[in-house]
Design a protein around this ligand. Structure first.
Ligand code: MOS
Length: 719
């Protein structure tokens, strides 16, 4: 196997272009499904077409007789994996219940659940044979509609999700100006371009290698090791390139375990690629969530009390939880705040985190409600937010490590032309279209975790950086190159990044907007240590600008390297650490058809020092587009009579295309936060989306006078 080399680094410019950009656009980058191994076999699932019940009979004879078929795995012949006995999975979300154990027994818990895995000598033959698997079921009644189960929702297990209260939140009812409103988001499905794929190959009876689409090679290594009772070092997980994930590859899913099981059974490499349809019920989704905001303010626009309630959808076998209501506790200075978070189990597959998890859902309610209350008060929505600006964290009294929300409001308002926003909704008409402006804020935790990086400087003056983290698209390799280049004084084209492999020094799962902060800082610390090592070799305190090549030559050394474990931020005890964003949108709404066109977007990020300007800009643009999709299009539509999605493909599940997206301006406050980490960077991936859907909904209100509280804002809702 070739080491992962992110080649073709362009000549230095002010901002480094993607170090892997050329590999990606030329097709040279190898994604998990694109590896070939000798003796490869192909696995395809047959899935349940009932929603709940048990398998009575399962006929695999025809499938087994079909050309090229090597094996058919069902609950009847699958080994009982050691990890299946407890149902515990170390990398699964910290929730109650256990992950789905494929082929463990004959129960069916959701529609589309795999009932058999057909392994054949080609993908096409496996696909055909899978169609021959026939099952008879004992069906049970089911419910997949969360809106029908809201009254049976319960508080999740685990202290992080217990009800929160400060002051007297019920006082909102006695306020001079008040609002009580309900908001609903539907199921959103991540739908990254790259399908989930895994190739599993047992190198020895107790040793397995997988090429896998994952956001965390180390967590996938742990999960597989746990399921098969192997020492973790006997499981190698390679995820060189990931074609988007948005959270869908944050955990190890049943299809991954099934592929490893299949490879063990047929004693050959097994490739398993999910279909687009299977992506809807195999790798999570943003759950349907109902919310209610109850808020009160004084007549001059000071928040007095508010309650944020949310109930999210989960499966019957796992408690999926996310921080939907948490931002309401600290986003604004409000003396009395209550939050209540519940989950309602329905007969579906388990949801998972999707970009801006929890907060994106919560911000739709909070930032829509802030707009509604500002409207009732007759105060400009930015002015209303400034009047309730939290200078310190109202949840815990700590200072913020940095917060430039007011600066972000100003930057964005100037850029979008906020002064042209009509004070009265539905009054600005241009060329037959209603025009409106809206804004919404976002926030997400900005922590730094632990990571290990190895830096090697060789006699040719080139620097190699090694760490396990996979890069799902934000440009982790590029940001790391930028940091190393600055610390070492080495041009970017002489730096090589090796990542996406569990055998490299450990670093965390790519998620939670933590990686630039965590791994970028670890690169910083490791490179500082490597520089010092060179300076020590020089003696006499060295020089500020050591000539690495000369030092290695003089000392007759082939290379110098440093492996360093970098810790999380110690200042997290003393400060509240958050990134903030503000999104501004101008929309046009056609009064005859109800069509919404997003005309202008300005997104402003307060995410500390911008390490890698080009990839940061891409992150913000991508998040804004995701937010527009969430606001106007994305909707996993289930026919609740059958418990099946009716739009489980990219024709029916609408996401924005180029024609839907105007020029997007990405602005950065770009003020370093050295309390979070030595590179001054705060996270950016999540805040790029969080608050965007409310900004669009608020703009639609400003254009039309119609307040849409249930996403997506499709034309029918505006007529
Ligand atoms: Mo993100 S939802 O942490 O991949």
């Amino acid at each position: 196997m070739k080491p992962q080399e992110l080649l073709n680094i362009p000549p230095e410019t002010d901002a480094i272009s993607r170090v892997d950009g050329r590999l990606k656009v030329t097709g040279a980058a190898q994604y998990s499904a694109e590896f070939t191994l000798p003796g490869m076999t192909y696995a395809v699932f047959a899935t349940s077409n009932i929603t709940k019940g048990t398998i009575k009979t399962l006929d695999t004879k025809a499938a087994l007789r079909a050309p090229g078929v090597i094996s058919v795995i069902t609950y009847q012949n699958a080994p009982k994996l050691p990890g299946y006995e407890t149902g515990k999975d170390p990398s699964k979300p910290a929730t109650a219940g256990g992950p789905l154990r494929l082929f463990f027994d004959n129960t069916i818990k959701f529609n589309g659940e795999p009932i058999a895995l057909v392994i054949a000598d080609s993908f096409e033959r496996a696909t055909y044979a899978a169609s021959l698997v026939k099952a008879e079921y004992e069906q049970e009644s089911f419910q997949t509609d969360t809106s029908k189960k809201l009254n049976q929702a319960a508080t999740p297990h685990g202290p992080r999700f217990s009800d929160y209260k400060r002051g007297t939140p019920d006082d909102w009812q006695n306020a001079q100006v008040k609002l009580e409103a309900e908001y609903v988001i539907p199921v959103n499905v991540h739908n990254p371009m790259e399908l989930h794929a895994i190739i599993a190959n047992w190198d020895a009876p107790d040793k397995v290698t997988v090429y896998d689409k994952t956001q965390g090679v180390k967590s996938t290594q742990r999960s597989i090791a746990q399921a098969f009772k192997l020492p973790p070092e006997n499981v190698q997980v390679i995820s060189k390139f990931v074609g988007g994930a948005f959270g869908a590859a944050l955990r190890t899913w049943p299809h991954e375990t099934a592929a490893v099981m299949a490879a063990q059974m047929v004693k050959r490499p097994v490739k398993l690629v999910l279909t687009r349809e299977q992506m809807f019920n195999s790798v999570g989704y943003r759950p349907y969530t109902w919310q209610k905001m109850s808020m009160g303010a004084t007549a001059d626009g000071k928040l007095t009390a508010m309650i944020h309630e949310a109930t999210g959808q989960t499966s019957t076998f796992e408690e999926f939880t996310e921080g939907t209501v948490n931002l309401t506790r600290f986003m604004y200075a409000c003396p009395s705040v209550g939050t209540i978070y519940k989950i309602a189990p329905v007969d579906v597959n388990t949801p998972t985190w999707m970009r801006g998890p929890g907060e994106a859902t919560g911000a739709f309610a909070l930032e829509s409600a802030m707009d509604e209350l500002a409207d009732k008060l007759g105060i400009d929505p930015i002015e209303f937010r400034i009047r309730n600006h939290a200078d310190t964290d109202p949840e815990n009294g700590k200072p913020f490590s940095s917060k430039y929300l007011k600066e972000a409001y100003q930057l964005g308002a100037d850029k979008i032309g906020w002064k042209d926003r009509p004070a009265k909704a539905g009054t600005l008409m241009q060329d037959g279209w209603l025009v409106g402006y809206g804004m919404g804020s976002g926030t997400f935790g900005a922590g730094r975790g632990q990571a290990t990086v190895k830096a090697i400087l060789t006699a040719d003056g080139r620097l190699t950086l090694q760490t396990a983290v996979s890069d799902i698209g934000p440009g982790t390799g590029t940001a790391m190159t930028q940091v190393a280049s600055e610390v070492m004084g080495i041009p970017a084209q002489n730096i090589k990044i090796e990542l996406g492999d569990s055998s490299l020094p450990p670093s965390p799962t790519q998620g939670g907007s933590m990686i630039t902060s965590t791994v970028g800082s670890a690169v910083h610390d490791t490179c500082v240590a490597l520089r010092e090592k060179f300076q020590q070799l020089l003696g006499n305190g060295g020089t500020d600008d050591p000539d690495y090549v000369k030092i290695l030559k003089d000392k007759n050394l082939p290379q110098l390297d440093v492996t360093l474990i970098s810790q999380g931020s110690p200042e997290m005890r003393n400060y509240s650490m958050y990134s903030f964003s503000v999104h501004f949108v101008q929309v046009k709404v056609n009064p005859k058809t109800g069509v919404v066109r997003v005309n202008k977007v300005v997104s402003v990020a307060d995410s500390g020092h911008i390490v890698s300007p080009k990839t940061a800009r891409s992150q913000v643009i991508g998040g804004a587009i995701g937010g527009i999709g969430m606001a106007l299009m994305e909707d996993g539509v289930m026919d609740h009579r059958y418990g099946r999605y009716v739009n489980a493909d990219l024709a029916g599940y609408h996401v924005p295309v180029h024609a839907d997206i105007p020029q997007i301006d990405a602005l950065f406050v770009n003020k370093p936060d050295y309390k979070v980490n030595p590179i001054g960077a705060k996270g950016m991936g999540e805040i790029a989306l969080i608050g965007m859907s409310a900004a669009v909904a608020n703009a639609v209100y400003n254009a039309t006078g119609k307040r849409i509280r249930e996403l997506p804002i499709t034309p029918d809702k505006l007529l």
